[in-house]
Design a protein around this ligand. Structure first.
Ligand SMILES: NC(=O)c1ccc[n+]([C@@H]2O[C@H](COP(=O)([O-])OP(=O)(O)OC[C@H]3O[C@@H](n4cnc5c(N)ncnc54)[C@H](O)[C@@H]3O)[C@@H](O)[C@H]2O)c1
Length: 380
């Protein structure tokens, strides 16, 4: 039996519990949340034992337990440190910490104590990601050259997010999501795939900013970012995050022989297709009918869609538990998580000034052609 315990019983904790339900070998021993009402609702819904405070929670666990930190990002460093100092392993939701010195300090603390740190997202361990990585690395599309990855979530300020409630009744934490910003919240989903596929990023050229600041709370983090990532293996990737552009979660690996495409980042069962490049008379195109690529062996249990995701959130903690039991490195352990955190922070913090070349020339907007009545100007 693999046993986990949970701190932070909000929206995502329910997604973990729903995921553990498809793993007979997993159980949750104890849960704690600083909000007593939330803790009670979670404990009752999932029939999980709860602890009345953090001290009691950490003291009640058997030595070297695996604790899932599912609190809000601003609490990650403090809670991760408390877990490690109490002698337990940490599996942390993303981001591992909100700055690099904190992230490095956590990994060093774990090493000193002979404990492990691993961090979400774990969709990189899922079937779609692993199939894409295998296809790219085994040359299905020829030599990979360029990757376009999009994490555009739609125009979220106008979404009915007040109605997004988790299974045990936690509201989607809109204020916190906006404060943290879409890059720290979401870039990791494709960064983890890109790093698993290509290894380390050596250079990041990025910009981040706010395009809907007036529609969000005052303390909102960047709601848009775009980055060009230069990988050690020579591959270049463009990664975009926004909560404004129409929903587009595609990743496209462009190689010498064609393009590998996955259209859904948050679905472990998303199709991976290869579109071969061809010449037809004087035209060059990628075959519009993609060949579906599949794993040749049984993969992992799938979890049905809940809200925006059909992801098995249990894959990360289970990988960590297996790595500990088998005394081997964890695929999403501290080196991987630290690098991912460094790249995500570089994009998030890029702002709109970092590395920018200010233009010396100017021009005015173009005088339009006289083809339109004033009445059409409102867009109706
Ligand atoms: N909302 C999602 O769809 C989603 C999906 C994937 C990952 N995540 C990640 O999961 C994490 C949690 O997000 P969420 O959406 O569940 O947020 P949430 O606000 O719904 O839940 C967080 C819970 O942690 C508790 N908490 C905060 N600080 C604490 C502390 N110091 N001690 C004990 N409890 C504390 C809060 O009371 C709250 O119940 C974040 O890192 C987020 O990025 C969220």
């Amino acid at each position: 039996m693999t046993i986990f315990s949970i701190i932070g019983c909000g929206f995502v904790a329910d997604l973990y519990m729903r995921s553990f339900a498809v793993h007979d070998e997993v159980s949750v021993a104890l849960a704690y949340d600083q909000n007593p009402d939330r803790l009670a609702a979670f404990g009752k819904h999932w029939n999980v034992k709860t602890a009345s405070d953090l001290k009691a929670f950490l003291a009640d666990l058997p030595k070297q337990s695996i604790v899932l930190n599912l609190t809000n990002p601003s609490a990650h460093f403090e809670i991760n440190s408390a877990i490690l100092n109490a002698g337990h392993h940490v599996y942390c939701e993303k981001p591992l910490a909100l700055n690099m010195p904190d992230a490095v300090a956590l990994c060093e603390l774990a090493k000193e104590q002979n404990l492990r740190v691993a961090a979400a997202p774990c969709s990189v361990l899922g079937e779609a990601a692993q199939t894409l990585i295998h296809a790219s690395n085994s040359g299905t599309a020829g030599k990979p050259r360029l990757i376009y990855a999009d994490l555009d979530d739609g125009f979220i300020p106008q979404a009915p997010f007040k109605d997004w409630i988790s299974e045990s009744g936690a509201p989607w934490p809109a204020k916190d999501e906006f404060r943290v910003g879409c890059t720290l919240e979401h870039a990791g989903y494709y960064l983890s795939w890109l790093i698993a596929m290509n290894g380390a990023v050596t250079r990041v050229v990025a910009a981040s900013g706010n395009v809907v600041a007036d529609l969000l709370p005052n303390d909102a983090g960047p709601d848009f970012s775009t980055a060009t990532l230069f990988f050690e293996n020579g591959v270049v990737a463009r990664l975009t995050c926004s909560i404004t552009a129409p929903h587009d979660h595609r990743i496209r690996v462009i190689g010498d022989d064609g393009v590998l495409v996955v259209k859904q980042a948050w679905n472990n069962a998303a199709a991976v297709r290869f579109h071969r490049r061809m010449r037809i008379r004087r035209r060059l195109l990628e075959n519009p009918v993609g060949r579906k690529i599949k794993a040749t062996r049984k993969t992992h249990p799938k979890v049905g869609r809940w809200g925006a995701a059909a992801m098995n959130f249990g894959l990360g903690p289970i990988e960590m538990a297996s790595a500990i039991a088998e005394d081997r490195p964890c695929r999403i352990g501290s080196d991987f998580s630290l690098h991912l955190t460094e790249v995500a922070l570089a994009i998030h913090n890029a702002g709109d000034k970092d590395g920018v070349r200010t233009m010396k020339t100017r021009c005015t907007p173009m005088q339009p052609m006289p083809w339109f009545d004033k009445a059409t100007e409102g867009g109706n």
